[in-house]
Every structure is written in structure tokens, then in C-alpha cells.
Design a protein around this ligand. Structure first.
Ligand code: NDP
Length: 234
């Protein structure tokens, strides 16, 4: 059965791999993008998740063109790395504003219709560093840890209406976000990963698709690591 899926930040990186995985399975997939040319094959809606009006407008367009969102993947996220004493308040709040408050905006808009439909799947993309911590990423790690508390609260709030809310926590994935790291940094990271390599975006997408499938109907409030073993024990 073809469902109406929305992937925020589905225009590149992990989000694009997730969008492609749903499209390949026959779902109707909307993606958000902020600038440039979005990839073909999806319903591309221009939307910055830090702007409430743009989120509202995006949902309107998606509902008109492919129906109310039945599967939401809140994937859009940013980093603004800095050691604490050099981290400005803006560095901190802007990352929280996108990764946490932006996710709140898109989830709230989707949940409204899911509650009415008495079904839905919400998947949030966190990160291994949300629970592990990461020097130089206090803002990012705080935002990603925040997603876990957010998801688990919603799992309790929405569960009786047949809506599941889960978190996928990737480790290091080969995308634009990690391409800024130096070879030296990459080597150090890979040295700490039991599987000894980065993940491909498609490997994250596979877990997201599973959580949205019928087989995962009894999984909610879970944090699924896709991190090559990097975060084991957390
Ligand atoms: P990229 O930097 O490659 O892509 C980020 C995506 O988020 C882009 O599509 C971008 O859109 C979108 N985005 C950022 N800010 C906004 C905003 N305000 N409104 C709408 N869209 C926005 O990152 P990845 O693909 O690597 O990461 C995807 C998610 O996975 C993020 O949440 C990230 O934190 C998480 N993650 C990534 C890991 C990695 O190693 N790469 C590891 C663990 C988690 P635009 O093209 O318009 O900029």
C-alpha cells in the first residue's frame, strides 16, 4: 500500500537515501529543501523548519498533492561545532532551534492529522553523540539527546492512537556533514568504531524503513543505533 511520507532534509545526504528507500518501495514521498535544485522523483517543497509559517505551508501543499502525512521522518539537522568557551549563545541556540525546535514544529503538524487518522509513524534522526557526548559539539549533542526525551514523551502521549515514535541514532555516516572532517579526524573516528568504517546513508535508511513497516508495529519509544558499535552500552 502506498503511503504519504515526508522526509525533512530529504534533498541530500541521509535524508535523500531515506526518501529514495521509501520511493523504491512504492510510497509517495515529499522532501523539503531550502535552496538550489531539489532531486527529481519526489514532491519537493521549499521549507526551512525554523520558520513556522513555512512548515504550515509545506504541510498544506503535501496534503493537497499526496494526502496527509502518514510517515514522518524528521531528519533535517545542522552542526555548529565549537569548544564551550568559544561557543557563542547564537552557536548554541541556532543548533537547538533547527534540530530540536524545528523537529517539534514538523512533528506537531504531522501528529494533528495522525491523531485524527488513528495511525502514524514518526521517526526522528538523532545521533550517537546524543548519548555518548562529543567534545566541541555540546550544542549538537544536547539537541540530539533532547530528541530522545521528546520522542519518548510522544510515544507515551500518542501510543493509544496507534502512532509509534522512534529514534534512529546513526554513528558516522559518509555525507557532506562529515566530509568537512580532516583525514586525521576521520582516521581517529574510524579507529573507535568496532566495524572499522563509516556508514553509508543507505544503511541508516534501511532501519528507518523498518521502523515504518508493519513488522515494527509493536516498537515505540526505541532508540535504534546504526553506528557500527561506536555507542555500545548507552
Ligand atoms: P547533511 O549536512 O548532508 O544534510 C542536512 C540536511 O538537513 C539537508 O537536507 C539540509 O537542507 C537539511 N536542513 C538543515 N537545516 C534545515 C532547516 N533549517 N530547514 C530545513 N532543512 C534543513 O547532513 P546528513 O545527511 O549527514 O544528516 C542528516 C541528519 O542525520 C541530521 O539530523 C544529522 O544531525 C544526522 N546525523 C548525521 C550523521 C553523519 O555522520 N552524517 C551522524 C548522526 C546523525 P539544505 O540542503 O537546504 O541545507
Amino acid at each position: 500500500m502506498s503511503r504519504s511520507v515526508l522526509v525533512t532534509g530529504g534533498n541530500r545526504g541521509i535524508g535523500l537515501a531515506i526518501a529514495q528507500a521509501f520511493a523504491d518501495a512504492g510510497d509517495k514521498v515529499a522532501i523539503t529543501y531550502r535552496s538550489g535544485e531539489p532531486p527529481k522523483g519526489f514532491l519537493a517543497v521549499k521549507c526551512d523548519i525554523t520558520e513556522s509559517e513555512q512548515v504550515e505551508q509545506a504541510y498544506k501543499e503535501i496534503e493537497e498533492k499526496q494526502g496527509p502525512v502518514e510517515v514522518l521522518v524528521a531528519n533535517a539537522g545542522v552542526t555548529r561545532d565549537q569548544l564551550l568557551l568559544r561557543m557563542s549563545e547564537e552557536d548554541f541556540t541556532s543548533v537547538l532551534e533547527t534540530n530540536l525546535t524545528g523537529t517539534f514544529r514538523v512533528v506537531k503538524a504531522a501528529a494533528k492529522k495522525m491523531l485524527r487518522a488513528r495511525k502514524g509513524r514518526i521517526i526522528l534522526i538523532s545521533s550517537v553523540v546524543g548519548l555518548l557526548g562529543s567534545a566541541g559539539q555540546a550544542n549538537y549533542a544536547a539537541s540530539k539527546a533532547g530528541l530522545v526525551g521528546f520522542a519518548r514523551s510522544l510515544a507515551r502521549e500518542l501510543g493509544s492512537r496507534n502512532i509509534t515514535v522512534n529514534v534512529v541514532a546513526p554513528g558516522f555516516v559518509d555525507t557532506d556533514m562529515t566530509r568537512v572532517l580532516t583525514d586525521e579526524q576521520r582516521k581517529t573516528i574510524v579507529g573507535q568504531v568496532p566495524l572499522g568504517r563509516y556508514a553509508q546513508p543507505e544503511e541508516v535508511a534501511a532501519s528507518v524503513r523498518f521502523l515504518a513497516s508493519d513488522e515494527a508495529a509493536y516498537i515505540t519509544g526505541a532508540v535504534i543505533p546504526v553506528d557500527g558499535g561506536l555507542g555500545m552500552g548507552h
